[in-house]
Design a protein around this ligand. Sequence first.
Ligand code: BTN
Length: 262
Amino acid sequence: MTKSSDIDLTVLQNSPSPESRKWYFLPETDSTNAEVIRRLSSHPSEEGLVVIADCQTGGKGRSGRVWHSAPGTGIYLSMLIQPNFSSERIPIVTLMAGLAAAIAVNEFIPQPAQLKWPNDLLLNNKKIAGVLCEYYATKVPAVIIGIGINVNHTQFPDDIKDIATSLKLESGLETNRTTLIKQLVTQFDFQYSELKNNKIQALIDNWTRHSDLFGKSIIISKGDQSITGKAVRLDNLGRLVVLNESGKEIVLDSGEVRIQRK
Ligand code: BTN
């Protein structure tokens, strides 16, 4: 099957993309990230592979959470890249994917969504998209980049209805998912080529322009620890630099950020 509702695989396959790219569409799967990981054992080298599902029964979010993946509404997409650089750069890959999602999504809404470190895309303080990168240290190291975008949802389950939103809820308009996927993958390819050309600072600067985090008071939770401070900048490894309450700059490579709203 190549088509379900508004996801048209033929259109995607004919869009400008690296020649070797393979596209797959699944009406349903547990998780597109898991699908790519399973494929890796039989196809260890498929740089650029894109797997899209209309629905996920076990969509994975960060920190072991579930990603709400109702059929016919969202974008559930995973890409495989096999970059020739060390795992130290993986956080930059996550930022790059978030940036690609922000630029693509912002084409479809009147008011820009904002990135929240490391990989959330928020609109009116509610989550509209998220990125889950998984590193796989096989013979050819692989990064699976999973992107979830809330597109045409008109409602969410009770447990997330106050913290999630969609393009439809924000703009009142239905968005064609094929068109948005095309934008997303085009942006991703562009940002990835910048990264391969070592344009790290340009990427960090661009990410920063798409975020309203800096200068804000935040609380970062990491395990059972929590740090209060002010978000200052990203360093060149994509880590968050925070000015803590004692006036000392600390550098964080992971954590859950909460913006303190007045
Ligand atoms: C987050 O918690 O913010 C990350 C959400 C990532 C969800 C996407 S949907 C496509 C891909 N497959 C998954 O199982 N998860 C990611």
